[in-house]
Design a protein around this ligand. Structure first.
Ligand code: SF4
Ligand code: SF4
Length: 418
């Protein structure tokens, strides 16, 4: 389970499942590239993830800490690695003085953790900097740019954490651990010790296997307990040799209602009160809203606005020109373009080809002129018309109802819009 969670942690940023690209100001979720301007979708995503965390913590306690948290996984790996290296060196160099063996064990352990820290900090920083870009910075030993400095600092922190702090970080620093503790209530899944018939043989294996260094027999409400279940397995293992059942179990809430007994399916899933049902309903609403928002999201967007700093101008042929500002954003990973056309303005045309090409992930802002040839001047000062933009890919059609401003024909006043 730990390995699966760790692999998920490693691959998420590389496949844009979840990634906040700070240099490019993009948020990636489920393979979708969200622009920072798409605040509505980012808000829905954040709220969806937040409520998922709240629901898991409320129903199952600190399950995230015990199974999914990279800090916890690597703390355990680091401890196991240290013990393994010490054992190997003791066995292989049995004739050496203890101090020298100790020195060699530490050198081997710290160098291994050092390499692991570089890898871990790379994965962690990849959640905020594009992985290929980050790799180039790493290869050039970049400690000048913000991304390079962040990677170097993360490496040092990771090394100190896994070489010296480990689970002490969880019990003294980690705010998420405390948050999960606060979200638990009288129905949250807990690890209970029950020994009504005084079957405990005081072997203390449950204490020895606990990475958090606690004795679960004193209380199920210890904030350090991450519900990993190691003590449950240890006790089951010890007492099974005596033909007795273990004394430590996962159970629901303060009352310690057993898990897996015959009761309605929703209670077996942990939905044991109205509060949990409401939280799950909120998750469903946010999830549905997010799915809809991602589905209707346009891969290429177009904004058109009239530039009225000058109402109109005349060119050398006597044609009247109005200026418009076009913004095209390409949210895809392929080249995109927009073809512009005019409706409701006779014989008018757009400067250039009326086609705007945009590179992947880029925004293009251009000024275009719409011109009406000389001799087509209407009696009206203002003519209503429509600018149409058709995107490729996507084939979405954007329309802007706007106005074309011309000089008054009959007044004899100067023909200028300034
Ligand atoms: S492992 Fe079980 S039997 Fe041994 S001390 Fe803990 S609770 Fe008692
Ligand atoms: S008391 Fe048991 S479940 Fe809690 S952290 Fe220790 S080993 Fe894990």
């Amino acid at each position: 389970m730990h390995l699966i969670c760790f692999l998920i942690f490693c691959v998420l940023p590389f496949f844009d499942v979840v990634r906040f690209d700070i240099p490019r100001q993009r948020f990636y979720f489920a393979g979708q590239e969200l622009w920072i301007s798409e605040f509505g979708i980012i808000f829905l995503t954040m709220m969806f993830l937040l409520f998922c965390i709240v629901a898991v913590s409320m129903i199952f306690g600190r399950m995230y800490c015990s199974y999914a948290c990279p800090q916890m996984i690597f703390s355990e790996v680091s401890l196991t690695l240290q013990n393994w290296i010490e054992r190997r060196i003791k066995k292989r160099f049995i004739s050496w003085p203890p101090a020298r063996r100790e020195w060699l064990s530490r050198a081997g352990f710290y160098s291994t953790v050092g390499v692991g820290s570089i890898f871990l900090s790379f994965v962690f920083t990849a959640y905020f900097v594009e992985p290929y870009d980050l790799f180039k910075r790493l290869m050039s030993l970049d400690i000048i740019t913000a991304g390079g400095i962040a990677g170097a600092v993360t490496t040092i922190i990771t090394f100190v954490d896994f070489a010296f702090l480990r689970q002490r970080f969880c019990t003294s620093v980690c705010p998420y651990g405390y948050l999960q503790g606060m979200l638990g209530d009288r129905n949250t899944l807990l690890v209970h010790y029950r020994d009504a018939n005084q079957q405990c043989i005081e072997c203390k294996k449950c204490i020895r296997v606990c990475h958090m260094g606690i004795d679960i027999r004193t209380s199920p409400f210890q904030i350090e307990c991450i519900h990993c279940g190691e003590c449950i397995d240890a006790c089951n293992d010890v007492l099974a040799r005596l033909g007795k059942p273990g004394l430590i179990h996962l159970a629901w809430g303060e009352k310690g209602e057993p898990v897996g007994v015959r009761e309605p399916w929703y209670r077996r899933l942990g939905i044991r009160d109205a509060k949990r049902a409401i939280v799950l309903a909120v998750i469903f609403c946010y999830g549905a809203g997010l799915a809809v928002a991602l589905t209707v999201r346009k891969p290429v967007f177009v904004r058109v606005a009239a530039d009225r700093s000058v109402l109109f101008t005349k060119d050398a042929t006597g044609a009247t020109l109005n200026r418009f500002r076009i913004i095209v954003g390409n949210r895809t990973h392929k080249n995109a373009s927009v073809q512009l056309a005019l409706d409701g303005l006779d014989q008018a045309h757009i400067s250039g080809s009326g086609r705007i090409a945009v590179n992947p992930g880029q925004t293009s802002e251009q000024l275009i002129d719409v011109s009406v040839p000389a001799g087509r001047q209407t009696p009206e000062y203002v003519t209503h018309f429509r600018i149409r933009a058709v995107t490729e890919p996507g084939g979405d059609v954007y329309s802007l109802d706007t106005t074309f401003i011309m000089p008054r024909r009959e007044t004899g006043k100067p023909e200028t819009g300034k």
